[in-house]
Design a protein around this ligand. Structure first.
Ligand code: ADP
Length: 355
């Protein structure tokens, strides 16, 4: 028999992202509209373990849609990975009559959601990460805002680079994923984009810079993904000066990119994901993450999502695929191919037109 939900919990966990508040708003208002109470859990899974909660009303969330960060705060909590921590979290759910949880975060957060789901607390994940590094979804909440922040910074750096005839190397966040780098590189007319996913022809970039300088070009932008390692960007900056004679400066916007006012795209995506998450949770679904595939909002089994991630990153372990049918494995492979083809296409364009 379908379980009747009276009260659900919502939390944000792991690295924060602009748009998390927009998801909280959507979840809260959708649930209340469906006649279900909402408990905000403060500080991610650590708030669940330590019983830090706050009942949410529509007015609590009415003005947060346009704010970066997360009104529920975020945290990393190793204790949640232990059975003892998990039992404390379950006890908090029982104490407050929380029938299910919507967990907003990245892949670590979804692992936690699976652990809770299999212990009888239904959970649904919603992405909240600027990195866009969840293979199962085309986009994640926070990604668009982060890119627009890099765009604003890059445009400003272009202005000063033009005045002083400089090259600006910008290292952008994204963990091991090059999504922010490749898209902002395209939008900023970068002469070079360096990401883990594709080989980088340094000498070709130097040669193009020299050629453009001879044509009278004064400013250059190079984007480096965080995944290249902490030393890479600065070393490349020095090498640009040595090899091209163009003065170069290194910039690391770092956490600035994680804050700020969520864009329209992020707010709308967050709203759709939050609403769908509540709908599915109340319908009895659990252990799924809300994804966007070709602009459709769909639930994806969390285990499937985590394994396809590993497949894409070439990190599959023995036995990872045992639980999946050949058709499901084919679907995973097709998705990995789609993601790879995206990078091939984007990289080809950036390298051809960036100057
Ligand atoms: P993100 O969700 O952004 O990927 P983390 O990887 O730091 O961030 O994960 C966020 C939190 O999710 C962790 O601090 C922990 O509480 C929980 N978590 C991560 N991995 C697991 C796991 N394997 N089992 C249970 N909980 C986990």
């Amino acid at each position: 028999m379908e379980k009747k939900f009276k009260r659900i919990g919502v939390l944000t966990s792991g690295g924060d992202a602009p748009g998390m508040n927009s998801v909280i708003k959507s979840v809260t208002c959708a649930a209340l509209d469906m006649g279900v109470e909402v408990i905000g859990i403060l500080g991610g899974y650590s708030g669940l373990i330590n019983d830090r909660t706050k009942k949410l009303s529509e007015s609590d969330v009415s003005d947060i849609i346009s704010k970066g960060g997360t009104m529920l705060y975020s945290d990393r909590c190793d204790e949640f990975k232990t059975e003892e921590g998990m039992q404390k979290a379950i006890a908090t759910c029982k104490k407050h009559n929380i029938d299910g949880i919507i967990a907003i975060g990245g892949d670590g957060t979804f692992r936690g959601a699976t652990d809770l789901s299999i212990r009888g607390v239904p959970c649904i994940g919603v992405s909240g990460t600027i990195d866009n590094d969840i293979t199962a979804t085309d986009i994640t909440v926070g990604f668009d805002t982060a890119m627009n922040t890099v765009l604003k910074l890059g445009d400003a750096l272009r202005d000063t680079s033009e005045s002083h005839a400089r090259c600006c190397v910008i290292e952008v966040m994204g963990r091991n994923a090059g999504y922010i780098a490749i898209e902002t590189g395209m939008a900023l007319n970068a002469i070079g984009v360096v990401i883990q996913e594709m080989p980088f022809d340094k000498e070709a970039m130097f040669a193009k810079m020299i050629r453009m300088k001879e044509q009278g070009q004064r400013s250059f932008i190079v984007i480096v993904a965080e995944g290249m390692g902490s030393e890479f960007g600065e070393a490349l900056t020095k090498e640009i000066e040595e090899k091209t004679g163009i003065e170069a400066r290194f910039n690391r916007p770092a956490h600035i990119v994680r804050g700020g006012i969520p864009t329209l795209a992020d707010r709308c995506f967050a709203a759709r994901c939050g609403y769908k998450a509540v709908q599915l949770l109340l319908e009895g679904q659990s252990d799924v993450v809300i994804c966007s595939r070709h602009d459709k909002i769909i639930p994806v089994d969390i285990k499937w999502a985590l394994i396809v991630d590993r497949m894409y990153k070439n990190k599959l372990k023995d036995g990872d695929l045992d639980a999946f049918t050949p058709e499901e494995i084919e679907k995973m492979k097709a998705l990995c191919k789609e993601r790879h083809e995206y990078f091939v296409e984007m990289y080809e364009i950036v390298n051809a037109i960036g100057c």
